[in-house]
Design a protein around this ligand. Sequence first.
Ligand code: ZN
Ligand code: ZN
Length: 347
Amino acid sequence: MNQMNAMMLVRIHDLNQTETPLVQQTVPIPTPGDHEILIKVAACGVCHTELDEIEGRTPPPRLPVIPGHQVVGRVQGTGAGAARFPIGQRVGVAWINRACGACDFCREGRENLCPEFVATGRDVHGGYAEYMTVQEAFAYPIPDRFSDAQAAPLLCAGAIGYRSMAFCELREGQRLGLTGFGASAHLVLKMVGYRFPGVQVYVFARSPGERAFARALGAVWAGDTTDTAPHPLDRIIDTTPAWTPVVEALRNLKPGGRLVINAIRKEAADRDAMLRLDYSSHLWHEKEIKSVANVARSDVSCFLELADRIPIIPEVETFSLHAANRALMELKNQRIRGAKVLLMDHR
Ligand SMILES: [Zn+2]
Ligand SMILES: [Zn+2]
């Protein structure tokens, strides 16, 4: 009775060599420590960052580890001093698992840049399991409007999309490009449509399916990664794991435009694309590049509130926990329509 099912990452893999990087294991249900809660997990989103962990671009410091950082579940138990949530309350856990709370970054509300930043599902066990523990201060109440599966992608794709959009400092009437159209970009499109109804969105995506999906959600134009948008763009958010979209996005930017790169790591496969970087056409004219790193708790809570108010109901595709490898491989192979979410059985 004190055991749970989990999908574990035991060692780093090359996903061109295996399609089953995670191993199903039965492990003890964790015990909540001081100020921690035990969560009975209902759903956990599948994020591209899991591929970066598995393939060693942002490797877990200790293995084995249970991945997963878009976790929705109900409070099942509490450790000493934990009194924020009643038993049974539905809560979420995001990528930010904890930060020191004392450094300059933490004190300025930029805890996402804390040198002691701990990531859920990489540095500590995450939500590809039936139960997990977390400090209560790093959990979020989930608005009733969302099903468990719908709430999961809000916690990473949504929160980091929110941070990326804030960095764009958009003004009404501007043109926004999105390069890549996975879970985060599709939530940004919905958010922009609400906050800036006069902003036109242009989507660059490799697969015709993603382009059709973008048009169906309101993009005024959708083309391939290397296409030229019909107008130069004021802002572009890059959510791809590749380099070619960075170069192409800079080319599509208007003078004074800004590229916001929302990616934890870039893959090596097309790194040579950066050799095409030409100062006058890609960087001159005061073009800016800004990356997005992690999320702060305020990104998660502000985005949950906004998503509830608009509302933003994410498109999701669900898998059972033991199908986590299939979900990851489909994400790797760009078979994306909305966000992939694991649902627990709790048999
Ligand atoms: Zn994520
Ligand atoms: Zn800190």
